[in-house]
Design a protein. Structure first.
Length: 135
């Protein structure tokens, strides 16, 4: 997607974040590019803040963390925070020492209903055969 749309902040972020523990230079380059393209992109703000923090730029990091926190807080309060957004929000809340909010967010994380992903009537024959074979 980057070749066809090099100005896509989300594609830069996804590539950078994927490379975080594989190639630090690629991670930093693409996260920074995502932040540059969209300075209101909450996840890019958090990761760019982490990069700043790792480089000793604590004031810059705190500014990015606070901006991401404010964006995610608004999403949380308006019930528009995605399922994965809870993890990002709790991480940035902890980074900022917002422990009271952190507790509230943890308590509000939606849980899956017990049977949401399991239906004994809908197991595939191949899986059942594999689990019950004598080989």
């Amino acid at each position: 997607e980057l070749k066809s749309n090099p100005g896509n902040a989300y594609a830069h972020f996804n590539l950078g974040h994927t490379m975080k523990f594989i190639d630090n230079a690629v991670y930093k380059t693409h996260v920074r590019k995502a932040y540059e393209l969209n300075p209101n992109y909450d996840l890019a703000l958090i990761e760019a803040g982490r990069i700043d923090k790792s480089e000793g730029k604590t004031n810059d990091a705190q500014i990015k963390f606070k901006k991401a926190y404010d964006i995610l807080y608004h999403k949380w309060k308006t019930n528009s925070l995605s399922q994965c957004g809870y993890g990002w929000f709790t991480a940035v809340a902890e980074e900022l020492g917002e422990y009271d909010i952190l507790k509230q967010v943890y308590a509000s994380i939606p849980t899956l209903q017990g049977e949401a992903y399991y239906d004994k009537e809908n197991l595939s024959k191949i899986r059942t055969d594999l689990l019950t074979s004598n080989n």
